[in-house]
Design a protein around this ligand. Structure first.
Ligand code: ADP
Ligand code: MG
Length: 304
């Protein structure tokens, strides 16, 4: 490619809100075999909301509450108070839900936050474990098969299920839903039409990931990926001889964006993601990825 034609391509891309930060990223974009998409904030809006709150263990609630205290409110006031320590979008959803209900947050200390899992908090009176199944397993909190069925049902609707353990016992399920961006499906269809294999990669559970994938026309998911493993997954695909694009918005995605042949950052995402990527999508939409590939192919076609 001549420097002139590349400049023209970079300019055309800029006109569509696609900022190419590294010179060869445009040419590389034309040759990608696989596009790996982060889920939260990339395929979905990244603005999750609490849509379901279910207290369990009705006969054997491990804490006795005053008769006039609503169990759901009490639980949310505590979980939200603890989640203030986390910057995860799920944490924000819980804090927001408690604010919208007008709850006064419980007085708590600062929990230990585990990336890709949730949080644990222990004071003299109460022990809280808030997070996913992996965290429950690690903390020795048993999940009955009946409850697993409830979790599966919520997950199949595309909700992320946050489990709450109290005094070593599972006491609540919180269903949190993140709307899919309105143009994700169309962008994914365009990528597939361009002959690109589309894979969604997420720290979320496989069932939730598959539900979101089904709604957006994605055929492959890599789920329950710990934050530190996202770049390993990209490397594994590259080891198969594939040229891999990666699209993400979060701090978690930064190493994978750097590892990919071309990293695309959602422009509304975190600074770390933007700095690690080759291309920034200012419009925050996956359409930008499809546009970038088409512009890059057109640019190279003009040269050969
Ligand atoms: P992703 O960014 O791909 O959605 P993460 O690796 O950040 O995934 O998180 C994976 C999973 O860990 C979440 O789906 C959730 O189940 C759990 N998790 C992470 N942070 C929290 C938190 N602050 N509170 C509760 N659960 C959490
Ligand atoms: Mg994300």
């Amino acid at each position: 490619a001549t420097p002139m034609s590349i400049m023209v391509g970079v300019g055309r891309a800029a006109g569509r809100g696609i900022l190419i930060r590294k010179g060869d990223a445009l040419q590389e974009s034309s040759r990608l075999d696989v596009m790996v998409l982060d889920k939260t904030g990339t395929v979905t809006e990244g603005k999750p909301r609490l849509v379901h709150l279910e207290c369990l263990a009705e006969d054997a609630w491990p804490v006795s509450l005053d008769y006039d205290v609503d169990k759901n409110d009490w639980l949310l006031a505590h979980v939200a108070a603890l989640e203030r320590a986390s910057e995860h979008p799920l944490a924000n959803a819980l804090v927001q839900a408690s604010e919208e209900k007008g709850l006064t947050l419980a007085q708590t200390g600062i929990p230990e936050v585990f990336a890709g899992r949730g949080l644990v908090y222990d004071d003299q009176n109460l022990t809280w474990v808030v997070g996913n199944l992996r965290l429950m397993d690690e903390q020795g909190i048993h999940v009955t098969s009946a409850t697993k069925e409830r979790i599966d049902l919520l997950s199949d609707q595309g909700s992320t299920v946050v489990m709450v353990g109290l005094q070593g016992q599972l006491v609540a399920l919180l269903g949190i839903a993140d709307p899919i961006k309105n143009d994700s499906s169309e962008a994914i269809a365009r990528l597939k039409k361009a002959g690109v294999r589309v894979i969604m990669m997420t720290g979320d559970s496989e069932r939730t990931a598959l539900a979101v994938a089904a709604q957006t026309g994605i055929d492959e998911v890599i789920a329950s990926v710990m934050p530190a493993q996202k770049s390993d997954k990209v490397r594994e695909l590259q080891a198969q001889g594939l040229r891999v694009g990666m699209v993400g918005d979060g701090i978690n995605d930064a190493p994978a964006l750097a590892q990919a042949n071309v990293g695309f950052a959602i422009g509304t995402g975190t600074d770390v993601a933007i700095e690690s990527a080759d291309i920034t999508l200012m419009r925050g939409s996956l359409q930008g990825v499809a546009d970038a590939m088409i512009i890059s192919r057109a640019t190279l076609r003009n040269i050969h």
